[in-house]
Design a protein around this ligand. Sequence first.
Ligand code: HEM
Length: 365
Amino acid sequence: MKKDLYPPVYYAEYLELNKILNAQNLKSDEYHDHAHDEMLFIIIHQTYELWFKQILFELDDIVRIFSGDFVDEKNLSVALARIKRVTEIQKIMIEQLHVLETMTPLDFLDFRDYLVPASGFQSFQFRLIENKLGLKKEDRLKYNSIDYDNTLKGEHKEQVTSVNVSLFNLVQDWLERIPFIKTDNFDFWQKYREAVDKLLLQDRAIIENNKSLSDEKRKSQLESFERTKESFLSLFDGNYHNSLIEKGEKRLSFKATLSALFINLYRDEPILFTPFQFLTAIVEMDEQFTIWRYRHAIMVHRMIGAKIGTGGSSGQHYLMSTVEKHRVFVDLFNLSTYLIPRSELPSLPDDLLTELGFYYDKIKR
Ligand code: HEM
């Protein structure tokens, strides 16, 4: 029946192959200096841009899901599936660099000069991804004192700079909305602090009673123990946590950090399992972007050595610095600092578990 309703579709027309397959115009041919590898160079970049488009498509849908007043479990599962798709694409993006590396640095030199000042630095879709994830302008590395958006043309600059909702902020809001983990007869953080204090005392005793340690070694181990102890302070003291945010040492709010830690600690509770998987998927996605940046920087080093980039940056040096500096969800990685063994976790009272159930249930809220 369907056959009559819908006109037949022709493969090449549906995919608009006439546009895609006629979009490889070699600069080296334009200058009558044919460079064989320029075709690969163009196709690889175009392939990346298509994947960037797909990633943005998924991110936009996650943003849509998280922009409502609350996220129910079904929608959280959809968001999780979207992020998992993104991470699978990212793996291909990393692998794909091997194909580009079949071009040797000398082959690249055959056409490199024709490309100046174009560069992946001007990939507006890559900048959109970064901004939608939550990379802040003030946290970006500058090169040659130029703002990243000043290298983009009008409409692209407009698109990139008008992003005003980020996944980071939406996830933070979502975490902050989790009902506070305190009921009339149970204060989770008090119990957690007692468990942490007990473990820290044990750790200290182990160092102090270890007869195989020299005085110097013991002193150094006790110093590092004090640092660990201090890092827990930010969990129990909101003001201290906020002072770290002001200094730029943390970004995720106090309340959101506590909720994210709670989800990580009690992931075995069925109600928290999907939130846990979602936070884990975000960590995975952030990790894959970091790996891509690193892998791209290494490839660039191999391709142009210590030369500056066609976009005018210090090249490999600039790119390597972004690997660490442009991570967005570092605070979620740092949560592992605060994990304690399951055996030491305070058990949750029934009324709290019921309260967490409300979290998903719109009607009861
Ligand atoms: C021969 C291959 C390549 C070389 C030598 C190269 C080189 C560079 C250099 C030097 C930069 C820093 C900006 C500049 O001064 O130009 C850069 C940035 C960038 N490149 Fe590449 N690249 C290559 C391939 C690719 C490919 C295939 C992609 C995929 C889209 C890509 C995406 C990017 C992106 C997104 C940036 C901005 C990174 C940031 O600012 O964090 N590059 N590239």
